[in-house]
Design a protein around this ligand. Structure first.
Ligand code: F6R
Length: 242
């Protein structure tokens, strides 16, 4: 595993943006899955800025949204859909047929799951996943205790996810289920980049990298991934024993 520790959030985000740009330079047709959330916000802003200044063409990339809150419409600013459009797709002018996101309003979630699984398998799998880690160790909405054998699925949300998730919404919002790529996608992605920043993530990073490898703490599975890059700032690294 490559573990990269940076001085601060800005430097971490600069380097994470560079990693994504490098992937697109190497593979202009890459299939890239992106998380939403506070952690990658600056990475994505810098990625967009650098893609313009360095003239890196993202138009052939296929984008896959990692997850979505069930029952939340795309125009809600707390949705993953809204986040990815506002932070990336609009600025890079990505064609809609290169964007595959879960529909949180779907009345047939099983069909939604099948559709996403088939898009990814028809593309030959994921080249890169960029993920954060939740305060309960989740990856996407792969909550503690999730089966490692799942591809996309609908997940009942853990209590921590329901309460921490309120930070994305202007109003108190009922969050019960998420729809997410599964740990099979995570483990089979050619490469994964996990990013985390701040001291509040320090115990999470310590448990993920130095605790037992178990689906009780899904982020720990990164230690079994064949090609993982963990990019964190000094705050998130502060409890590591090294
Ligand atoms: C969001 C997602 C979540 C977040 C995680 C960390 O698409 O998949 O697993 O990555 O909850 O969220 P932040 O970055 O807000 O701390």
């Amino acid at each position: 595993m490559e573990l990269k520790i940076y001085h601060d959030y800005q430097t971490l985000s600069e380097h994470a943006a560079d990693e994504i740009l490098q992937e697109v330079k190497n593979h202009p047709h890459a299939v890239i899955c992106l998380a939403s959330g506070d952690t990658p916000r600056l990475t994505y802003r810098l990625m967009v800025e650098k893609s313009i200044s360095q003239k890196v063409d993202f138009k052939k990339v296929t984008f896959i949204g990692l997850d979505e809150w069930m029952g939340i419409p795309p125009e809600n600013e707390g949705s993953c859909h809204y986040f990815l459009y506002e932070n990336i797709f609009k600025a890079l002018q990505i064609e809609p047929n290169h964007i595959h996101l879960f529909d949180g309003l779907s009345t047939d979630p099983e069909k939604e799951v099948e559709k996403m699984n088939s898009v990814i398998s028809h593309k030959g799998g994921l080249d890169l996943m960029v993920v954060g880690v939740g305060m309960n160790g989740h990856i996407g909405f792969n909550e503690p205790g999730v089966s490692p054998d799942l591809y996309a699925h609908v997940a009942p949300l853990d209590e921590i996810t329901k309460s921490v998730g309120q930070k994305y919404f202007k109003l108190q919002t009922s969050l019960t289920h998420g729809i997410t790529l599964g740990l099979k996608h995570f483990m089979q992605s050619e490469k994964v980049i996990l990013i985390a920043n701040g001291e509040k993530k320090a115990p999470i990073i310590q448990r993920a990298l130095e605790g037992n490898i178990s689906t009780e703490f899904p982020a720990s599975l990164i230690l079994r991934h064949p090609n993982p890059v963990v990019m964190i700032d000094q705050g998130a690294a502060s409890l590591l024993n090294k």
